[in-house]
Design a protein. Structure first.
Length: 139
């Protein structure tokens, strides 16, 4: 698996609202995968980061607070054989009291703000450490 930073074609792929799975680890080490929204960002130091946003009541919030290792797989919605898998580490978790980040994600995927304005949420940034591509994204 190549290490970060990501090549430009992979960054372009990640800029799309692709379906994504997020895998965290339970306390006993068992992996748990869920579907999620994401946004790819490039930090000022050229580090590739993925924005994730979670309802604070979700178990995966506890998982990433305890063990920050997260695997993400983004699938091309038109061709699931084309995908990018990222090995990441959660490097920042903050409250999203004004729902700013979940609104950014909802607009990226649905074209409008997030409808649930009651549930508290947190934002997490996953820093990309390694990646693997398949299909048109083959590394």
């Amino acid at each position: 698996m190549p290490e970060a930073p990501l090549p430009d074609d992979v960054r372009a792929f990640l800029a799309k609202p692709n379906p994504c799975t997020m895998t965290t680890l339970r306390k006993d080490g068992t992996p748990v995968s869920v579907a999620t929204w994401y946004l790819h960002e490039v930090a000022e130091d050229s580090t590739d980061r993925i924005l994730l946003n979670m309802d604070v009541s979700r178990v995966r919030v506890k998982h990433v607070r305890r063990d920050p290792r997260v695997a993400l797989t983004m699938l091309d919605e038109a061709d699931w054989y084309t995908h990018v898998s990222l090995l990441t580490r959660i490097t920042e978790i903050v409250d999203d009291p004004d729902l700013t980040d979940i609104d950014r994600l909802a607009r990226h995927y649905r074209g409008q703000g997030y409808p649930d304005r009651e549930s508290p949420r947190v934002s997490a940034w996953a820093t990309v450490e390694r990646w693997h591509g398949w299909g048109a994204m083959k590394d």
